[in-house]
Ligand binder design. Structure first.
Ligand code: F0G
Length: 354
């Protein structure tokens, strides 16, 4: 009987491109191979072909799992006892799940009061040790860096290159599916690891001749948490999109380089544009994402004339990554339930037709 993790995880699929070898103990929850869906209504609105990479469909509901399988497998190989990460929520949820699967401990350092309920529930459910600090994500990451040298800790934030290596597999999948890279790739920009990972993935497959072009990389930040857009550290970042409430991104330089080299860009959207886009995507495409993931959708829906001329003319193929599931941060969309009705077909019909 086969007892290994089911095949289809990103290490099984892309082993030769990852920093692992045949003897690395693979810790996988079956991440990757996520849907890449043509979004017809969004495409009509934008006037280009938009295809959505649904990273919300990974095992813990976010793209973090792609990097976590590599980071945790390597940590296990190196004899790690405790995984350690700072997080705005998704890294913590993912690290906690992969640690549980590997049978090792996990400690997550979180900004107190700033984590969406679903993500906190995930970390707790998987048995992680949760430490809330009275500070923001940038403080939490600073502390993790300070603790990183202690031998029994293995840091699984994206400052660990194994995380970035795993995450680049999303770009591989897109190329494998399209037969080439898209013209433009737009995604939310927080700690800037994911944009870096995608551009590494596109560059690697380009070097190997798997695609003819490299996409223009576009990162979208929330207006109140936009250090890369404003080109300065933001001491007190604020946004409803708690996943990207980050004022001093760890991978700032590599992301900026990728953006510059591909003639891409960085832009900002407001909190209300984010929430409107979250609802719009759920209602019009059937894809429910958390607020941070709605940021690139908000950018597409609200593109200015200048943006359209610069990036969206000439009928480009646009890949848009949605990074995390809507159920993680569901309080944002309150259902506004109407009053209940008597248990009769007549009353129910009347309620439907109201
Ligand atoms: N979208 C979601 C849902 C995220 O959780 C994050 C980052 C991002 C986008 C931004 O990606 O940091 O690579 O630029 N979340 C991290 C965390 C910081 O701790 O879960 P990035």
């Amino acid at each position: 009987m086969k007892t290994e993790a089911r095949s289809g995880g990103v290490i099984a699929r892309y082993l030769e491109f990852l920093p692992v070898n045949k003897s690395t103990p693979v810790v996988s929850l079956g991440e990757g191979s996520t849907p890449f869906l043509f979004a017809s209504r969004l495409s009509d609105r934008v006037g280009c072909r938009v295809i959505i990479k649904c990273e919300s469909m990974n095992p813990t509901g976010s793209f973090k799992d792609r990097g976590m399988t590599v980071a945790v497998s390597r940590a296990l190989e190196g004899g790690a006892q405790t995984l350690l990460c700072a997080s705005t929520g998704n890294t913590a949820a993912s690290a906690a799940a992969y640690a549980a699967h590997a049978g090792i401990r996990c400690a997550v350092i979180l900004p107190a009061g700033k984590i969406a309920a679903g993500k906190l529930t995930q970390a707790a459910a998987h048995g992680a040790t949760i430490v809330s600090v009275n500070g923001n994500f940038d403080d939490a990451l600073r502390i993790v860096r300070e603790l990183a040298n202690e031998k029994h800790f293995s840091v699984v934030n994206s400052i660990n290159p194994d995380r970035i290596a795993g995450q680049k597999t999303a770009a591989f999948e897109i190329i494998d599916e399209l037969g080439d890279a898209p013209d433009v790739h737009v995604l939310p920009l927080g700690n800037a690891g994911n944009l870096t990972a995608y551009s590494n993935g596109y560059a690697e497959f380009h070097r190997l001749g798997h695609c003819k072009r490299k996409p223009r990389m576009i990162g979208i930040q929330a207006e109140g948490a936009a250090p890369i857009f404003y080109r300065r550290v933001i001491e007190k970042p604020e946004t409803v999109a708690s996943a990207i409430r980050i004022g001093n991104p760890a991978s700032w330089r590599t992301a900026q380089r990728a953006i510059d080299e591909t003639q891409g860009g960085v832009d900002v959207v407001s909190d209300s544009e984010i929430l409107d886009a979250q609802r719009w995507l759920a209602e019009n495409e059937g894809i429910f994402v958390e607020p941070a993931s709605a940021a690139p959708v908000a950018w597409l829906l609200n593109a200015s004339v200048t943006t359209k001329e610069r990036f969206l003319s000439a009928d480009p193929i646009i890949a848009c990554t949605v990074t995390g599931h809507g159920l993680k941060d569901a309080k944002i969309i309150s259902p506004h339930l109407p009053p209940s009705v008597p248990p009769s077909a007549r009353a129910v019909r009347a309620a439907i037709e109201r």
